[in-house]
Design a protein around this ligand. Structure first.
Ligand SMILES: [Zn+2]
Length: 128
């Protein structure tokens, strides 16, 4: 009887200890499917509080100079390179998708992408 009680006590202690250590996440997902499911779930939860803004960054004319032929006759290539910047505004998350234009020289030897995106919060705030 006493031994049984001890076992129960220990089991209970172990359980509360476990719960204390892991307050929210029951256990880490193990399989890729579980991880994907979890990500989707979290993405959906977040999406409810996310405002998306899309901004296109055209390559400035001053950068459109081919280093091979010296030409300035560039054409747009594809849909550009998107990159996302998340910021938290009280109450919701804001996702800004910057799409950097990609241009190619007519000679085919030179491709220019809008200079790599740094989070330029200032300009984003002003534009908003
Ligand atoms: Zn060229």
């Amino acid at each position: 009887m006493q031994a049984e009680l001890e076992v129960l006590k220990r089991a209970f202690a172990r359980r509360t200890e476990k719960m204390g250590k892991m307050p929210k996440i029951a256990r880490p997902p193990r399989t890729p499917a579980e991880i994907a499911e979890r990500r989707t779930e979290q993405a959906l939860l977040r999406a409810e509080h996310i405002v998306t803004e899309e901004k296109t960054e055209p390559v400035p004319e001053t950068l459109k100079k081919c280093h091979l032929c010296g030409g300035t006759n560039f054409r747009s290539v594809g849909t550009g390179k998107p990159s996302e910047v998340y910021s938290y505004v009280p109450g919701y998350f804001r996702r800004v998708v910057h799409t950097r234009e990609v241009v190619a020289c007519r000679c085919g030897g030179c491709v220019i992408t809008y200079p790599s995106c740094q989070p330029r919060r200032d300009s984003v705030e002003q534009a908003a």
